[in-house]
Write a protein that binds this ligand. Structure first.
Ligand SMILES: NC(=O)C1=CN([C@@H]2O[C@H](COP(=O)(O)OP(=O)(O)OC[C@H]3O[C@@H](n4cnc5c(N)ncnc54)[C@H](OP(=O)(O)O)[C@@H]3O)[C@@H](O)[C@H]2O)C=CC1
Ligand SMILES: CC(=O)[C@H](N)C(=O)O
Length: 266
């Protein structure tokens, strides 16, 4: 095991499956020590054992339910006290894909707690030390459903919409520092979240499903390019630029102090 790892420690939430487990593997390969967060201890333990033995790095597991205030605070406290952290990937997420009236309040709150509150409070926990050191990387995993809603995704899309705007806000806050904040909007990827959400992957249009490894590698390639916003599956960069441009123009167009003419003229 390496002493004083130069890469520092990467924290990956939701590392027990899907994108998080692949992030953990790719970051171990890059030489980071790891802190892995999720509820399923057995999965984290076997991943940690494999990564320590394959890559000679140190892995610490934080078994926690990020939907519970007490567990979330324990993880946040751990992050606040660990000055070796150089990278945090807020990846943990959950989804229930049904209409709002058919989604229990418990499930709706779980989505808000894990997808919004945990991501926000763990960002809160890490940013002060990044600012103090004037370095660090924060990656927030949103979704294409952060800018699009389906009849079955009102709550999930709402939570991911938060991640999009919150992360853009953080990017504005850290402008001029050496802190990098990357917003990621994956589209359909072959992970367990679809089963969790009530839609098996087999029910989806197969040509739209990205391999988990491909998605993670694209995200890390985006990171290496210094991207602020990464859309792993969008081939046409013009679409991304046009969307960002329209968003800014709409904002500028709203700063008029006057009701729009269509509301004042008969
Ligand atoms: N797959 C896709 O099509 C897309 C996924 N995303 C986003 O990617 C991220 C990763 O999801 P993905 O890999 O796809 O799905 P997975 O279901 O495979 O992974 C989700 C991870 O989040 C963890 N998690 C869920 N709930 C909690 C909780 N209460 N406390 C702690 N950890 C929790 C799970 O661990 P455990 O159950 O052990 O706690 C698991 O490790 C999510 O934010 C998701 O919204 C975005 C767009 C598309
Ligand atoms: C709908 C989902 O659950 C998926 N994770 C997505 O963000 O597309």
């Amino acid at each position: 095991m390496k002493e004083n790892n130069k890469m520092g420690t990467a924290v990956v939430t939701g590392a027990s499956s899907g994108l998080g487990a692949v992030f953990a593997e790719r970051l171990a390969k890059r030489g980071y020590d790891l802190k892995l967060v999720a509820r399923r201890k057995d999965r984290l333990d076997s991943l940690a054992e494999k990564l320590e033995s394959n890559y000679g790095i140190k892995v610490t597991n934080l078994v926690a339910d990020l939907g519970l205030d007490t567990d979330l605070e324990k993880v946040a406290e751990d992050l606040r006290n660990d000055k070796s952290i150089t990278l945090l990937i807020n990846n943990a997420g959950t989804s229930t894909l049904t209409s709002v009236t058919k989604t229990s309040v418990l499930k709706q709150k779980e989505m808000v707690n894990v997808n919004i509150t945990a991501l926000m409070l763990l960002s809160n926990a890490i940013l002060p030390q990044f600012l103090e050191k004037n370095e660090g990387t924060l990656i927030n995993i949103a979704s294409v459903l952060g800018f699009y809603s389906l009849p079955i995704s009102a709550v999930y899309s709402g939570t991911k919409g938060f991640v999009v705007q919150y992360t853009k806000g953080l990017q504005e806050e850290v402008k001029g520092t050496n802190i990098h904040v990357q917003l990621v909007n994956p589209a359909t990827t072959a992970t367990e979240i679809w089963e969790v959400g009530g839609i098996p992957l087999s029910a989806l249009e197969q040509s739209t499903i990205m391999k988990t490894e491909d998605c993670v590698d694209a995200i890390l390639a985006g990171l290496d390019k210094g991207e602020l916003i990464t859309h792993p599956s969008v081939n046409d960069q013009n679409l991304i630029d046009a969307y960002e441009d329209a968003r800014l123009k709409l904002m500028q167009g709203s700063q008029t102090s006057q009701p729009a003419e269509r509301y004042t003229k008969n």
